[in-house]
Design a binder for this molecule. Sequence first.
Ligand code: PFF
Length: 689
Amino acid sequence: MTELLEEQRESWGTRGGFVLAAVGSAVGLGNLWRFPYELYDHGGGAFLIPYIIAVFVIGVPMLILEFSMGHFTQRAAPNAFARSHKRLEFVGWWSIILGFVIITFYAVILAYCFSFLWFSIKGIVTGGELPWAGEGLTGVENAKSFFNNTYLGKIDGPSLGNIRWNIFWPLVVTWVVMYLCIFRGVKLVGKIVWLTVPLPWLMLLILTVRGLTLEGSIEGLAYYLNPDWSELTKATTWRFAFGQAFFSLSLAFGGVMITYASFLHRKSDLNNNAAIIGLADFGTSFVAGLAVFATLGGMAFVTRQAGHPVAVQNVAEGGPALAFIAFPYALAQLPYSAWFSFVFFFALATLGIDSGFSITESVLAAITDKTGWRRCVVLPVISIVGLAIGMVYITQGGLNWLGVVGDFIDGTWGIAFLGLLECITIGWLWRVDVLRRHANERSDWKLGKWWDYLIRIFTPVILCSLFFWSLFDDLTREEGFLRSPDGDWILPNCVGLSVMILVPIAAVLVSCARGRGDLERRNSSEMNLQAKGQFGGTIALVLAGASAVLIMVLFRFAVEGRHERLLLCASLPLPAAAVIIGNHLLNRHNKSDTRASRLARWGGMLGTIDIGGFIALCLVYSTSKESEHAAHPPQEQLSTVSYVILGAVSLLIICGLGWCFYRALSAANEDAGIQHPDEVGDEEQETDA
Ligand code: PFF
């Protein structure tokens, strides 16, 4: 097994510093800006089912995987993957490059936040109105016009137009702030997050209390929570739930959690920290939704009273529109609007800034780990390149492109796909049992063997079925995917797909370049172990290969509208047998001196993908083609089910966090599995190695 580097790596000061930094990365614009709308738009309370599955069944175990990889290898994502298997470095670079694509537009949204923060401060200082204030539906138009015309100078269509210099300067401020937060290394980050994490929570609390105490807030909550169960039969609902969960937990792409864990002290807890981060992130999203929709409900009530009614559905739009049009408009209808607008944008900016610098830190660590170049040289270069690429998004047509790239990255092709790749490669090609033991040795509570199967089989099957289901959905759209029925190219999809294809190509090229990682790879003795189980492996691979062909044929039929149920039933036993054989061989032969044959590992891996394909086919057969999104029916009262959802979710968050802190405290009392800042230099022998 790969030996641990015993070099002295920089380390977080305290356990709290690490947990807060990881929470800071997870809790960001995605929680306050995206989650409430995703939930509203995909079935209200019903969306919580796929979302909770995504966060707790898939997300938290994957967080543990990323933490243990980073902690075990003490390397950022690319080198962590390289040390697990010599050819996997590109997976790490894939996530880093995707992270870099994201930070270029994430910084632009942060720049919007800084601008609106500035407008709010001006509103407070001058004692006057906010520039977007207005009454009734005309007021909504005012707010839209302020954001789209006055601020963005927006033009429709694919052309970019001129650069908006009024956004350029806030963008420079954003990059400078991120630079200042990380240029001194993670010790400083560990201190800054004591401010950037609790402060927005306080602001969010203020907004929530204010929202919930407004008359009419219940009506807003009804829009947020009343479930529409039919949404659960749609591929997009599940895709958005998983995309949002991965984005929100900073999982898979960006490699942030691997990098942050690589700076952890050798004795730090991993499992409990992952659970705390998952719960804190979910809790923040849920509470943010309450704040946003309660305020929109209050706005609907006030405008009705004033005789110029604006309903919640008149303003609740997704993406930037919610944060920069609907919510500012709603606040402008209420007393002390400039103050509360300040609180909102301050919360948004501070929530986003630590997520933003976490990606930058991850890119930085990946480059310095690979090249050995100094931080003080690499960081300014990353910042300037990021700023330069961001210029595309601050043009008049920039927001359209920001949406396209964002949708692709969170959609079928982005995060969940990378998560799938991460689990399947680590699960089958490396040894998750080693990572599990590594995590267990230092954690407040232990994982069972079930975790190995979760990472190796269950998670890839779920992500794979989602991937194929969504892909099928994309490719069979009536309006076309890359070309419209009239034969015209659909430019945004072509560009989005090209970016998604270029990223892995770039990742492979970077991973082929020589670097410090090569030395570490050569040190790895893993590959020299004797391979066992060739015969069983051959059978597994043949079975999985046959079923792959069958499933591809069935997908082809499905595109033509033919549903061959009998053939479908026949296509499950083959991959199931391949997975069982592959898994058995892995359990039997992955020992300190032997290794399951390559055939067994690839057979199991392909079998897992096939099962995902099989489930996707079942979903394609059993769900109807998606209709256009139905308009939201008017809501007045929270239904009984919504009260149950509200109670159950609150209980889950409170009891979950209570249990995690109880375990952490008990462990601290026993002086086990907890980080001691003064033991940073402690040398530890890795028994697994
Ligand atoms: N989790 C952040 C949010 O919810 O806004 C976004 C993010 C940060 C994604 C860092 C990925 C990442 F690596």
